[in-house]
Design a protein around this ligand. Sequence first.
Ligand SMILES: CC(C)(COP(=O)(O)OP(=O)(O)OC[C@H]1O[C@@H](n2cnc3c(N)ncnc32)[C@H](O)[C@@H]1OP(=O)(O)O)[C@@H](O)C(=O)NCCC(=O)NCCSC(=O)C(=O)O
Length: 411
Amino acid sequence: MESGVLTGKKVLELGSMIAAPFATHILQQLGATVIKIEPPAGETTRKLVRGGPSGSYLAFNRGKKSLCLDLQSDQGREVFNRLVADCDIILHNLSPSAARKLGATYQDCIRLNPDIIFCHIKGYGEGPLAEEVASNPIAEAATGVMFSNRVDGRPSRLGPSYHDQFAGCYAVIAVLSALLSDDPAKRNIELGLYETGLHIAARDLLGVQLKSQLLGRPETEPSAEFSIPGYGAYETRDGRWVYLVMLTDDHWRKFCAAAGIAPDPALAGLRDRRRERPRVEKLVADAVAAHDFEALTAKLARHGVGFTEILSTDRVLDAPQAMAGDKLSEFGFGDYDFTTPDFPLPSLLRTEGRADAPPLLGEDTSEILRKLGYEEDTVQAMIAAGAALEANREQPLWSRPKAQAEKGGSE
Ligand SMILES: CC(C)(COP(=O)(O)OP(=O)(O)OC[C@H]1O[C@@H](n2cnc3c(N)ncnc32)[C@H](O)[C@@H]1OP(=O)(O)O)[C@@H](O)C(=O)NCCC(=O)NCCSC(=O)C(=O)O
């Protein structure tokens, strides 16, 4: 038996990149069956690393079924309409113009299925930009985050696509709300990356209002939490980096005791340490640099100081804390094996198929078409006409680095 609160729910995804695929990934982890409808060329993240799937594809498409369908063909559209009529939830992040062109607007979908939960993650919600496309860094740039995050003076994106992923989480909250509600209006969900970014930025947007009123100028320095002296990255003598929990006066006192810094009443309070920021930063940096990593962290642990080593991504999953409990799944894709973090609430995770791999492009095309009631010769005719595509299992997934390719082996 499958477990998970969404077991039995059928979800259609027309997703690209992260926002919609991440939302349906969470729905899948909660037990739903997700059919990912992809254009003939495949979803964008299938081709981002040496012509093949990227980490985004591998991480957020596990356990989904792939139906490769040309929605710009009449036959493809007919299949899509049947699926819409038969599913519980449709979720996509097409541009508004593509949604209209492909018959994937709310009006299109409720005509076919009056009970459907419809969720469209767009660049922008209601407003003058509602028709525009957008991406994660656009949402960062338009909501203040990027202006504050500078690398060598140049506004820079954060790195991970947090805004896409937050939008995916908000979409899941909206879908679950719709499932809990009898109100049909709750089944028409439209969410913008921009509006997602606005909500995430609320802390900084209120912080600047507070300081403008308090100080009489629009202070745009990092917020109070981020400007706490000693709350940063410091390098040990043997070239490793630590980050300390340094939020309160008690944290400071414990750190000083651990690192051998003599207590100084002039630095006891946060306001004192802020005033003396350069001195505090030097004290902390020197104390950390005077220790090898293992010696320092043993002392920090003994004195109850919160800290972590700042890890490169290739080391993260080796940590005992990551490996403890039920947090990771393993799967194979192509010739490679992967370990991936799961949705972080094990009690809500589906059990059956939890470690399923992501699908090849069109891996489930024929099976889905047959289940929809198409006869075998119709299925083959659709494939021959290019309205639907099946997986090509012979085609290598990635073009390999020359040295590896010369050693031989296939995907
Ligand atoms: C992601 C986008 C910027 C991508 O823009 P576009 O490349 O212009 O995508 P579109 O959605 O318009 O789709 C591109 C074309 O594919 C066509 N299309 C799509 N699916 C199909 C299928 N199954 N069959 C046939 N054709 C298809 C669609 O009609 C369009 O063709 P034509 O109609 O012929 O043009 C936009 O979709 C968007 O703003 N989405 C909402 C916000 C979002 O999620 N952004 C995340 C970006 S990634 C990101 O933030 C990050 O990684 O960082």
